[in-house]
Design a protein around this ligand. Structure first.
Ligand SMILES: O=C(O)c1ccccc1NCC(=O)[C@H](O)[C@H](O)COP(=O)(O)O
Length: 258
């Protein structure tokens, strides 16, 4: 069983619990009072030499265990805001990443940047919940969904105002994302079977992106040379978690600010 399959198994239990909280009904009752989402798409489009930064608020991960022992999401977000981030990615999965919905809500309140909910979405109930907790964008992982779910969830997200980062690992997944009409596609450089990381995954796929789609490189970026390679490959943005915490080199990179 792959690690992704293990996570998705647990998500099915969580979705069963979530159903009892009736997120769709709560959304319908409150939809006229909820603020519009911040512009995730607009903040990611690269218009100059420098890349856009999606800074991930990440405490722990399956591949690394606990990364940040004195974790304070607001302090972390403050540092990344100061570096010039264009958006935050906040992990909300509790079991595998020690994330929390509370972290997302707090970061959204304290900083005027769009926030991506980083979780494993396998059901529309999680999409309604994402809108209710203040996410401006969600992640949809092609490897976790079938093609019709991907299309339906993209449509639902658009209907309720959420942007979507569609994550792929290889050429067939990229084609699935493109056919489903994804506007933002992220290549995850981390192989979710053995956790190995290679920037070549993103660089090799970039020429196959459809015209006009916002291109994001995710995972494993640790040095200024990594950023240079991704920038030269014409990505719009990078999504970085661990590297921002452990690598001072990344603090000297100039990002395109929103
Ligand atoms: O990070 C992991 O170990 C991981 C394991 C299994 C599924 C997903 C995983 N990561 C999710 C992510 O997408 C990363 O947190 C994100 O791309 C940032 O990665 P990094 O910059 O390498 O911390």
């Amino acid at each position: 069983m792959t690690y992704l399959a293990k996570i998705l198994d647990e998500k099915r239990n969580e979705v069963a619990e979530l159903g009892k909280q009736r997120p769709q009904q709560r959304y319908e009752e409150r939809k006229n009072d909820i603020s519009p989402c911040r512009d995730f798409v607009g903040n990611l489009k690269r218009t100059g030499e420098n890349l856009r930064l999606i800074a991930e608020i990440k405490k722990a991960s399956p591949s690394r265990g606990v990364i940040v022992h004195d974790f304070d999401p607001v302090e972390m977000a403050r540092r990344y805001f100061g570096l010039g981030a264009s958006a935050f990615s906040v992990l909300t999965d509790r079991l595998f990443f020690q994330g929390s919905i509370d972290y997302l809500e707090t970061v959204k309140l304290q900083f005027n940047l769009p926030v991506l909910r980083k979780d494993f979405i396998i059901d529309e109930l999680q999409i309604f919940e994402s809108r209710l907790i203040g996410a401006d964008a969600i992640l949809l992982i092609v490897a976790a969904l079938d093609a019709s779910q991907l299309r339906d969830y993209l449509q639902l997200a658009a209907e309720i105002g959420l942007a979507v980062l569609v994550e792929v690992h290889d050429r067939p997944e990229l084609d699935t994302a493109a056919e489903a009409g994804a506007m933002i596609i992220g290549v995850n450089n981390r192989n979710l079977k053995d956790f190995s990381v290679s920037l070549d995954t993103a660089i090799d796929l970039r020429p196959h992106f459809p015209e006009g789609v916002i291109a994001v490189a995710e995972s494993g970026l640790k040095s200024s040379d990594d950023i240079l390679r991704i920038g030269q490959a014409s990505f719009d943005a990078v999504l970085i978690g661990e590297g921002l915490h452990v690598s001072p080199e990344l603090h000297a990179v100039t990002w395109q600010r929103p």
